[in-house]
Design a protein around this ligand. Structure first.
Ligand code: C5P
Length: 400
């Protein structure tokens, strides 16, 4: 494979820095031009000369170095990069990037680049799990940074857990993967996400376990793919990236109204929300009091948003989700045909791995003439793969 990419590799301080030497070698083997910047701490683990020999360029690690700035200023270096990958990214470097600090060359470059940024964290498992690190990671993700790993396993410090940097070959594959960046260029994508809340009285409601993570990951991936994204979201605790036009709703009826108002103006609709199938027939004006031993709530069916979108005269390419606890394939195929969808993504719920509220998922995707399995992976990666698949099927439908 010949690729034509300028890849800027940022190496921060950690024992995993030695693995980045292999990353640079692999990237160059694939035909990429690579330049390396290091933090001062990184130079304590691996000498700059190693990266100079592997990249074929001198390595920069000082922000205020007149000689280096003369050769290629940090702004020129930022402009030169098609991709910026920080590997390993220490907790400190992640914190600096997420707060916009620029007190060394690497963090300054993070602020100065205008290209996709990949971050491969590496640190002790306790540092990785610390709430502030997770908040920093969530913030970077919300700003469009793609986080690779970290992986689980034995650590240099003797601990076992999440924090090992992903293997160089996996990072390399990820960076050079078929870009989602252009696949939905110019298209308008409408996504519904999260649960709905169906009120019983002023203080109680019926809901489900959906966290919205899959729908939000799809919205982020669609933005990266170049789409103009509208998100209709039930109540979740996730941050909406600035690039997305978002509408917050609570009930299935509100989600129906909001989606239907937008659906004819979009090219693709992805119904990833876990919409309540039933809602209480009446909402009590006052709090229901504890009285009889048993109490009955009468529910009525909600309107099926997905099926209604699929029936529109000016219908978008319509994609549904099917969360199932049994008979995954037959239920998914039934929904595909019954609701007249272009595609359906089925996933198991109620199992140990994947499904609601998990950071990982696997999908079995069906369309009228084929199917594809997307294996268990984190929801960010899965969303990218799924968006690529949507783009392929959308293009096929619109060119035949
Ligand atoms: O039929 P079922 O509810 O299992 O189908 C799931 C799919 O239908 C999901 O894509 C979900 O977003 C959508 N759905 C909907 N409106 C409903 C119920 C489900 O759009 N009232």
């Amino acid at each position: 494979m010949t690729i034509n990419k300028h890849i800027l590799v940022g190496v921060s301080g950690g024992i995993a820095a030695y693995k980045s030497a292999e990353l640079v070698r692999l990237l160059r083997k694939q035909g990429a031009e690579v330049r390396v910047v290091m933090t001062e701490a990184a130079t304590q683990f691996v000498r700059p000369l190693t990266f100079q020999a592997l990249s074929g360029h001198s390595v920069q690690f000082e922000l205020l170095n007149a000689e280096a700035e003369n050769a290629m200023s940090h702004i020129s270096l930022a402009r030169w990069a098609d991709v910026f990958v920080i590997a390993p990214a220490s907790a400190n470097t992640i914190a600096k990037c997420s707060h916009g600090l620029a007190d060394d060359l690497l963090s300054t470059l993070y602020l100065a680049v205008d290209c996709p940024v990949y971050i491969a964290p590496a640190m002790n498992q306790a540092m990785w799990h610390k709430a502030v690190t997770q908040e920093n990671i969530a913030k970077l993700k919300a700003h469009g940074v793609i986080i690779i790993g970290p992986e689980q396993g034995d650590q240099a410090c003797g601990d076992t857990g999440f924090g090992r940097m992903s293997e160089p070959v996996a990072i390399c594959e990820r960076i050079l993967a078929k870009p989602v960046e252009q696949c939905l260029q110019g298209l308008r994508v409408l996504i519904s996400a999260g649960p709905t809340r169906e009120p019983l009285d002023p203080v109680r409601y019926i809901t489900n376990r959906s966290s919205g993570k899959m729908g939000y990951a799809l919205a982020n991936a669609a933005v990266q793919a170049g789409a103009k994204v509208t998100l209709v979201s039930g109540p979740v605790t996730l941050v909406v990236p600035a690039a997305i036009d978002a509408y917050q709703v609570e009930t299935a009826a509100q989600m129906f109204e909001t989606v239907m108002a937008k659906a004819s103006d979009c090219d693709i609709y992805i119904g990833a929300a876990a919409v309540a199938d039933y809602t209480p027939i009446t909402v009590q004006a006052q709090k229901i009091k504890k009285q009889a031993q048993q109490s009955t709530i009468i529910l009525q069916k909600t309107q099926d948003i997905l099926a209604t979108v699929a029936k529109l005269d000016k219908r978008p390419f319509t994609v549904g989700f099917a969360a199932e606890t049994n008979n995954l394939e037959s239920y998914a195929l039934h929904k595909l045909h019954e609701k007249n969808l272009d595609m359906i993504a089925a996933n198991w719920v109620g199992r140990e791995q994947g499904g609601f509220d998990s950071n990982e998922n696997a999908l079995q995707v069906f369309w009228q003439t084929g199917q594809k399995t997307l294996e268990m992976m984190n929801k960010t990666q899965l969303a990218e793969q799924f968006i690529l698949l949507c783009a392929e099927r959308f293009n096929e439908k619109n060119t035949t």
